[in-house]
Structures are given as C-alpha cells and as structure tokens.
Design a binder for this molecule. Structure first.
Ligand SMILES: NC(=O)C1=CN([C@@H]2O[C@H](COP(=O)(O)OP(=O)(O)OC[C@H]3O[C@@H](n4cnc5c(N)ncnc54)[C@H](OP(=O)(O)O)[C@@H]3O)[C@@H](O)[C@H]2O)[C@@H](O)CC1
Ligand SMILES: Nc1ncnc2c1ncn2[C@@H]1O[C@H](COP(=O)(O)OP(=O)(O)O)[C@@H](O)[C@H]1O
Ligand SMILES: [Mg+2]
Length: 295
C-alpha cells in the first residue's frame, strides 16, 4: 500500500495502548431510524464500530429493531416505542434515559423522520445532553424549527448539514454553496458549535479554526454516505478527540476511504455499504503515515 502524505494540521488519533480494553474507546449511543428508514442508523452504527468506538448501541423504534439488529452483530440495540406514524414518540425519552446516562457521546438524526414529538425530543437532547453530541439529517431539520435558532449550545456539539439542511438551519432556502461557505464560520461562532458543511469540498469550522477537506470524490454522492460520516465522527468522539478534531479527522478519513474505494470499484458503483469496507483501509493508511511521521 502506498503511503499517503498527511496534510498539516490533521488531528492525531493516538496508537492504541497494548493494555487498553473496549471501555478505553468509549460508549457511543446513536438514536435514529423510523419505519421505512432502518438503513441509515445502521450505516452510522457500523461506521462507528469501524471507526474504533469501544461499544456501540443503537436506540431505535421497536418496529424496526429486528431489521436494524440483523445488519451487524457487533453493535447492541435498545428498543424504544414507535408511534402510529412509525417514528419515536416524545415519551421515548423515559426509556432512553438509562442509556443516555451511560453514553460517553451521542449521535441523533439519521433516518429519524420528523414529527411534533420528535421536535421536543431532539431539542431536549440538543440542549441537555451534557457530553459531546453529533446532530445530523432530521436532527438538524428539527433543531432548525427552534423558536430561537441563534441560541448557543452549552455542551460540545457537531452539526453536519449538507446545503439543503444548512439552508433550513439559517432559514434561507435560496442560499448558494458559496454563500453558505461564507456564513459557516459566523454560524459556528454564534451557536458555539462545530459545523461540518458537507459538499464536494467539505468545510469544518468551530468559528475560529477552519478545515477545507482535501479528500473525497463524487462516488460519495450516494444515499447513506453522510450517515457513514456521522458514525465516524461519533467514533472519534468516543475515543476522546475533541469535537473539532473528531470532525476534521472523520471527514478526512471518510473522503480517503472513498478515494481508495473508487480505485478498486467505480464512482457510480460505490454504495454507502461498500464505503464501510474501505474505512479500514483509510485507517491503515492514516496510521502508517502517522507512525512514519512520529518515528
Ligand atoms: N438508507 C436510508 O435509510 C437512508 C435514509 N436517509 C434519510 O433520509 C432522510 C432525508 O435526508 P435527505 O438528505 O435525503 O433529504 P433532505 O434533507 O430533504 O435533503 C435533500 C434536499 O437538499 C437539497 N440539497 C442541496 N444541496 C445538497 C447537497 N449538497 N447534498 C444533499 N442534498 C442537497 C436537495 O435539493 P435537490 O438538489 O434535490 O434539488 C434536496 O431538496 C434523513 O433522515 C436521512 O437520514 C438518507 O440518509 C439516505 C439513506
Ligand atoms: N461530489 C462529491 N464530492 C465529494 N464528496 C461528496 C460529493 N457528494 C457528496 N459528498 C459527500 O457525501 C456525503 C453526503 O452526505 P448526505 O448528503 O448527508 O448523505 P445521506 O444523507 O444520503 O447519508 C457528505 O459527506 C458529502 O460531503
Ligand atoms: Mg444526510
């Protein structure tokens, strides 16, 4: 395998201590899924495992839990109630609470759908979960409906919108990618969060620092590739990277995995499920280059 050059400023995920155990690499909790969308939260969960989180639990509506469970034997599942429209109801919070207490980090949104109950549930988590949290997909659409969108977060948060989701967050349906890029730093600063503005050239910013990601290709333009990114960011948080470093490293590795993948497959043929298989190659190339740099 050819060694890649790591760009300056790329965060370091340290090599594993030989005496480490699964608890060392964190307990990640991912909340999402709805009837019709069991795949997205499963992709996130599998990416979270592939990214190195020690223990991964997916909390999903009980109507889809058997489907979600069969996608991977290595994550755990936690059944929550399902409402009549196939979504998590607000009262799912009671059953979620036990898992929230144990979680070192949280991801919310992939495949969640939208409802009035979910609006209250997601905004409660976004405001009150005391540890790092990734908000993606419908999680973003639900926080975009907060009466005061400019209210800063009080705990570490990573928001991962594509342009359509960013338009909803800022309430500007016509915003161009160029305009979004221009307002991303101000947005992150105002909300005191890390913003991952996803696109062909993903930007990561915490309002002070900024990362223009050099990896990735149009093979990623396929349903579910963002769900994989959400899981990977969560994995980095579980391994105790800070929110900015976790987002930057995950975005880099996600793009690198796609770059390796399309050399062996094709851009049109790449699926989000396939992408998972290349995360390991990306981590290998990264670790090799990191170790060569430090020796
Ligand atoms: N396997 C599964 O279960 C999967 C389930 N999924 C779940 O589906 C739910 C909906 O999520 P979503 O992202 O598909 O839909 P939505 O938020 O409406 O965004 C699309 C709108 O934004 C616009 N748009 C503009 N620029 C854009 C850009 N750069 N990248 C992308 N879009 C861009 C675009 O405009 P267009 O270009 O089409 O005019 C369009 O109007 C969510 O819960 C998610 O988790 C998926 O993850 C797939 C796999
Ligand atoms: N042309 C492209 N070049 C590079 N990366 C891309 C391209 N198109 C999409 N991506 C990446 O693929 C992912 C898509 O995320 P998202 O739209 O949330 O997908 P989904 O919701 O279907 O999982 C993002 O990480 C984005 O940066
Ligand atoms: Mg998405």
């Amino acid at each position: 395998m050819s060694r890649i050059a790591l760009p300056a400023g790329l965060p370091v995920l340290p090599p594993r201590d030989p005496h480490s155990h699964k608890g060392t690499f964190g307990r990640a909790l991912l909340v999402g899924g709805s009837v019709g969308m069991p795949g997205s939260i499963s992709l996130s969960g599998r990416a979270c495992l592939k990214g190195g989180a020690g223990l991964v639990t997916l909390a999903v509506p009980d109507a889809i839990i058997n489907t979600v469970a069969t996608f991977d034997a290595a994550y755990m599942t936690w059944p929550l109630p399902t409402d009549r429209s196939g979504h998590l109801p607000l009262h799912a919070k009671a059953k979620l609470s036990a898992k929230l207490e144990q979680a070192d980090c949280l991801a919310v949104g992939p495949g969640l759908g939208q409802s009035r109950g979910l609006f209250f549930l997601v905004n409660d988590l976004a405001s009150n979960f005391p540890r790092p949290m990734v908000i993606d997909a419908d999680g973003l659409n639900l926080i975009a409906q907060r009466p005061d969108m400019t209210q800063p977060f009080t705990a570490p948060r990573v928001l991962t919108p594509h342009l359509g989701e960013f338009r909803r967050l800022v309430g500007k349906p016509q915003l161009t990618m160029e305009e979004a890029t221009g307002s991303a730093i101000e947005f992150a600063d105002k909300l005191q969060c890390v913003l991952v503005l996803k696109g062909s050239q993903t930007l990561v910013t915490d309002g002070t620092q900024q990362w223009n990601n050099p990896t990735g290709n149009p093979g990623l333009a396929t349903g579910g590739s963002g769900d994989v990114l959400t899981g990977l960011i969560t994995a980095m948080l579980a391994q105790q990277l800070n929110v900015y470093d976790a987002a930057v490293l995950a975005v880099f590795l996600h793009g690198l995995a796609a770059d390796i993948a399309v050399k062996q497959t094709s851009q049109p043929g790449l699926t989000a499920s396939d992408l998972l298989d290349f995360l390991e190659d990306a981590l290998c190339e990264y670790a090799e280059a990191r170790d060569a740099k430090s020796s």
